[in-house]
Design a protein around this ligand. Sequence first.
Ligand code: FAD
Length: 404
Amino acid sequence: MKRPSILVLGAGYGGLTTVVNLQKEFGTDAADITLINKNEYHYESTWLHEAAAGTLLPEQVRYDIKDVIDTGKVNFVQATVEGIDVDSKKVSTDNGEFTYDYLVIGLGFEGETFGIEGLDTYALSIANVKAARYIREHIEFQFATWSTEEVKNDSRLTIVVGGAGFTGIEFLGELANRVPELCKEFDVPREKVRVICVEAAPMVLPGFDPELVDYAVGHLQAKGIEFSIGTPVVEATPEGVKIKKNDDEFEFIHAGTVVWAAGVRGNRLIEETSIESMRARVKVEKDMRAPGYSDVFIVGDCALMINEETNRPYPPTAQIAMQQGERIAKNIKALAGEGTTEEFVPDLKGTVCSLGDEDAIGVVFGKKVTGKRASFMKKMIDNRALYMIGGAGLVLKKGKFNVL
Ligand code: FAD
């Protein structure tokens, strides 16, 4: 068997799971495995809403990549990928050029603003750990400024969250808990603070069980979160957002913080390659390869897969990204040994949406769960993701251990 050269781009859930499984599939010196990532650390994207609200510190949501890979088998390079040429099999970065026999692209997601005026410039997005830290510090700055300014600008204390999907609701759950802490820390009366969720669609958490959605909305409203549903954001400015209430009625919400959590797309570097994509997501073959490129695999949020039962794309999730990473490692091993690849079949165990530290809703193994029990399950899911990549040691270091 020729010693293959395997290049993995991105150390998110998809890329890192691929690498950890490639280490198991190939013995020492059986393959040249290189992992390239922008930072020397991996961050848990599924915890970013907590870092953005300030209920977790940025340090808590990330860990060093070298702590979880076998550096005897994997060459880790900290670099930012700048271009991918799948025709000449070259990847350019700010730290040199790389070639490969097999390429795995796992460069993750970016926020999608659907061309809405001003959103790119004036709204913040929970896109990565640095962006999450920026949101936390921006909100704290608004509170600190309000408490010291002579002429009070109350709109500083209004936070608009665009989107009532999974990320928006999880962020609102954290804010519901964080706002009382901020009020205490910065001497701000709670009634001065507004947190408003603005959603274009006529419902919250589309695709979720209606009973669970009612539970979530009721619990968030009880903690002071406001909902404006069926009212698309049409413009963002430095002062806030304009929303459309009906055909000829608009409202301007003055807000010191606007966080856009209403859509994701794949990494825009994908759009600069000759691989066909939609919103930078590649409709992959059944074995996770890019159409027309037998040596290029796509993992995680950059991959688009259709659920044949519903004829709709699977949602981009860490759960699926990690399962894809396992399959891709096996498929590369098969190809390197001149065998054949196998189809990736997702094994969906359920979904739990957090509503803050001690509350959540979800469906797990077909059963509905709410409250502390659901929150406990969410933490176990988070810990499982750590275990799959870094074993028990990583769970002990970074895990969530609040019990029922
Ligand atoms: P990512 O995890 O985004 O990793 C991409 C990696 O690529 C990063 O390390 C990044 O630094 C690196 N990178 C990017 N660009 C470059 C470049 N140019 N050069 C080098 N490196 C680069 N999913 C669930 O299953 N359950 C949940 O509860 C859940 N909750 C979520 C909550 C929030 C707030 C968010 C934002 C997402 C949530 N998701 C959840 C979705 C989940 O986080 C994503 O589906 C998952 O992160 C996708 O994994 P990935 O490997 O494709 O990309």
